[in-house]
Design a protein around this ligand. Structure first.
Ligand code: FES
Length: 157
């Protein structure tokens, strides 16, 4: 009888140690699995494409500036033709805004202003907006933001 009384605390202790051990191993296993999954799973940033269709020439009125803020470009149509400007400010990279009333492209961050041709009108931006490649392909205008072109380049359509 005396032995049974002493066995019960040992049994509780064993059960406690067994549960604690299983819980610790489970936590370690879950942590290891998370590290393995992180190692195996590629860390890829999905960026939007840099070359894309922007529309048909007839979608853009003559003497207009059309902003596509998602793609960070302006499509400018003059009487001569088309050109595309990057909407990214050349100061610190904020996205500029076309102000129709002022016929100006303005940066909301530090106040730089650009003409509708991308020329620098007011700093602190150090350079004009980048003029980027635009071409006509199968009746649609294609912009490629990775290709910078001369400031006087115009696509005649
Ligand atoms: S980021 Fe445009 S003026 Fe500073």
């Amino acid at each position: 009888m005396g032995d049974r009384v002493q066995d019960e605390p040992d049994s509780d202790r064993r059960r406690f140690l067994w549960i604690t051990g299983v819980a610790s191993l489970s936590a370690a296993g879950a942590g290891g699995a998370a590290v393995l999954a992180d190692f195996v799973h590629p860390k890829v940033l999905f960026e939007p494409p840099t070359a894309f269709r922007i529309g048909r020439p007839e979608d853009f009125p003559v003497n207009s500036v059309s902003a596509d803020y998602d793609r960070k470009v302006y499509i400018v149509r003059t009487e001569v033709g088309f050109f595309a400007l990057s909407a990214v400010c050349t100061h610190l990279g904020c996205i500029t805004r076309w102000l129709e009333d002022e016929q100006t492209i303005a940066c909301p961050c530090h106040g730089s202003k650009f003409g509708r041709d991308g020329s620098l009108a007011l700093g602190p931006a150090p350079r004009p907006l980048r003029r980027i490649a635009i071409r006509l392909e199968e009746g649609e205008l294609i912009v490629d933001t990775t290709v910078e072109v001369q400031a006087d380049t115009v696509l005649r359509v």
